[in-house]
Design a binder for this molecule. Structure first.
Ligand code: MOS
Length: 688
């Protein structure tokens, strides 16, 4: 195995507290903002009395739809805050208090009196909801519905059949650093320090909303304390902070209170997924249907594309994959780590386990038998696909062969013990990027690119890519990222950051070497600079299907008396292209797997039908795994360099770790107990 690689370049700054996050910039005269969320699930604001709020000591202003700066239209209506009197869901912002201190702003927000004309609301996702429709496209632009061959006929005649419905609740990302912005206007220019996954998108969105040339806006995201997708697109805090700074003429800092996040920064929508698998006695699939029912909001359509992995994973000559969605009076769903794939593979991989039981074929062997060299839905060959190798290597490392397949076959005192397996899958996305490389006369290098490090180690990996492309030692390279003042780059999302940024960095570094070579190896006093842009290099419709694969194995214990499920061992083997940095890759993969344990056993947001509100508003009620919940997590990978993808031969690793984990755990729970829990999270009462 490769060496761990360098430690994070910004590690010292972070652990000594000198790395500055969005809410740690305090320009002179900074005022502080606190939002006022709507207290009804649907209706209109009829009056806002700001008198008491403005009488608070330290009060500066209250922004409402009556006095806030007007915004231009945008395709993301979740950002059109304080523009009219509509309340599309509870928690939608209806006012913003601004004061000399955060405490005063909070007191003001509590003193704002809002009168509403409430309307009937509908927040319950029911499978037979009369307003369900099939969207033309689901998230990521995929077709809402796909049909191949004759599913009904093939399923009806299949010797072995599985028909199971899996349900999942809404999920929230909850990064350690809540969404935050410090914004200031100077001579008609806007500077925003924003906690986001991609500053260029924020800059462009602000330019559109405020009707400005984007060259007059700088967005800085130098350090970001986690995102997982909920910072993948601009969020209301940056718009509100910019509005408040313009309105008051002072720099304004807005940190969203964690209790408000559930309503305004997106969630993974609740899902009802019906899986039908028809197979031969040998377990080979002849018919596959994956039918997804979910919700979106009335503000913005976002359809979790959970049926998508069923279009890619296994042989399925007759296939139906559909999404149906209903727009409810709920907060807008949005990105959460592996949107589509994480919940979709939970359902598909549990159904595969049920098929293994029904056909009597070992779960690892079943997946091997249904492997395919081409993506079934598109017919395109995979540029590389090493799922089988991951399954075999994982089985070997985990000790799968010793497994007695019968449920309830292992016990240790009060504990039932079980093991389960699931496949992992995540598509490879690549986006055009630009970058710049500079060399000084003394042979020091500087790489500049507006990449975002959301805790992944992006800086470090880009330095490694540069060192590799330049053929020089890492310590001669400085990397500047995290500002729109740098060459434009795409967001840290879709597991596409490193591949997309790295490609541009690689290209700039090679161009720089070419310039130095052309001068006979000499660098002039001012140094040399090379820019690169991969807009012409990244194919828009590649001839190959591109994805990373993996296999995850879980061992759980289930307490017969309490129903408590513990994950004792979790082992993943991934085929994710060339691993550029073993240290940061391992961290990404086990981080994703840990989040998958949360999805399996702990996480879930509850929509209160009366109040139209998510009940969980803090980390005491929204449970995520702690260290004690995650024992023995191992991530491994197999050698795979896919030069059809990019010059590094890498695939993304940010999301694949969470894909399959919940199914591996659920399948292990079934093996331990004989109980098939088809509803996440697997709480104690469900297994007793
Ligand atoms: Mo990730 S959900 O693509 O930020």
């Amino acid at each position: 195995m490769s060496t761990p690689g360098p430690v994070r370049l910004e590690g010292r700054e972070k652990v000594t507290g000198t790395a500055r996050y969005a809410a740690e910039h305090t320009p002179p005269g900074t005022a502080y903002a606190w939002p006022v969320p709507a207290a009804v699930p649907r209706g209109r604001v009829v009056a806002i009395d700001t008198g008491a709020a403005l009488a608070e000591p330290g009060a500066v202003a209250v922004l409402t739809h009556e006095n806030a700066p007007r915004l231009k239209d945008t395709d993301d209506a979740t950002l059109l805050v304080l523009q009219n009197d509509r309340v599309p869901h509870r928690g939608w912002y209806v006012a913003l208090a601004v004061a000399d201190t955060p405490e005063a702003a909070r007191a003001m927000a509590a003193a704002v009196r809002v009168s509403y004309a409430p309307e009937e609301h509908d927040v319950v996702l029911a499978p037979g909801h009369p307003r369900l429709y099939v969207p033309e496209t689901a998230n990521a632009g995929v077709p809402g519905s796909r049909e191949r061959g004759d599913f009904d006929g093939a399923y009806a005649s299949a010797p072995v059949r599985v028909d199971a419905t899996y349900t999942t609740r809404a999920l929230h990302n909850h990064p350690m650093e809540p969404h935050a912005t410090t914004a200031r206007w100077e001579d008609g220019r806007l500077v925003a320090y924003d906690s986001c996954q991609g500053a260029n998108a924020v800059q462009e969105t602000l330019a559109g909303l405020f009707g400005m040339d984007k060259e007059r806006i700088t967005v800085v995201a130098e350090h970001v304390g986690g995102g997982f997708g909920c910072k993948g697109t601009p969020r209301p805090q940056v718009v509100l902070a910019a509005m408040a700074a313009r309105h008051t003429g002072r720099p304004v800092r807005l940190v969203l209170p964690r209790a408000q996040l559930a309503a305004v920064v997106g969630h993974r929508a609740p899902l009802v997924q019906r899986l039908r698998l028809g197979a031969g006695e040998d377990g080979v699939i002849s018919a596959l249907a994956h039918e997804v029912t979910t919700h979106t909001s009335t503000v913005r359509e976002f359809v979790e594309q959970a049926a998508v992995p069923s279009r890619a994973m296994y042989v399925s000559p007759n296939s139906r994959t559909t999404h149906r969605v209903v727009a409810l009076d709920v907060p807008s769903p949005s990105w959460m780590r592996a949107p589509g794939e994480a919940p979709g593979m939970y359902a598909l991989e549990c159904a595969m386990d049920e098929l293994a039981c029904a056909s009597g074929v070992d779960p690892v062997e079943l997946r091997v038998r249904n492997d395919t060299a081409a993506e079934p839905d598109s017919g395109k060959p995979y540029s590389s696909r090493h799922l089988v190798e991951c399954l075999r290597e994982g089985a070997r490392r985990f000790g799968w062969d010793a497994r007695d397949p019968r449920p309830r076959s292992r016990a240790e005192g009060p504990l039932l013990v079980g093991t389960g397996v699931a496949s992992s899958y995540y598509p490879v996305y690549l986006m055009p990027s630009s970058a710049e490389a500079h060399v000084t006369e003394t042979g020091r290098y500087r790489v500049r690119i507006n990449a975002t490090d959301i805790g992944t180690g992006a800086r470090t990996v880009l330095a490694q890519v540069a060192a590799d492309a330049l053929g020089v030692a890492l310590d001669r390279i400085a990397v500047e990222i995290g500002s729109t003042a740098l060459p434009a780059a795409p967001l840290a999302g879709g597991s596409a950051g490193t591949g997309s940024w790295g490609w541009a960095v690689h290209k700039a570094c090679r161009a720089l070497n070419g310039m130095v070579d052309a001068r006979g190896g000499t660098v002039p006093p001012g140094g040399l600079t090379a820019g690169a842009d991969t807009a012409g290099d990244v194919p828009s419709d590649p001839p190959d299907a591109k994805a990373a694969f993996g296999a995850q194995f879980a061992e759980v214990t289930v307490d017969r008396d309490t129903g408590e499920v513990r994950v004792r061992r979790l082992l993943g083997v991934f085929a994710a292209g060339r691993i550029l940095s073993a240290r940061t890759a391992r961290s990404q993969l086990i981080g994703g797997m840990t989040m998958g344990v949360g999805m399996a056993l702990l996480e879930g947001s509850t929509m209160d039908p009366r109040f139209g509100d998510f009940a969980e508003r803090d980390l005491a009620s929204y449970h995520v795994p702690t260290h004690a919940d995650v024992r023995g997590v191992e991530a491994h990978w197999i050698d795979e360099t896919d030069l059809l993808l990019n010059p590094m031969g890498s695939k993304g690793i940010g999301e694949i770790g969470i894909v399959g984990t919940a199914a591996a755990v659920a399948n292990a729970v079934h093996h331990a107990t004989g109980v098939r829990v088809r509803d996440l999270p697997i709480l104690p009462e469900k297994v007793l």
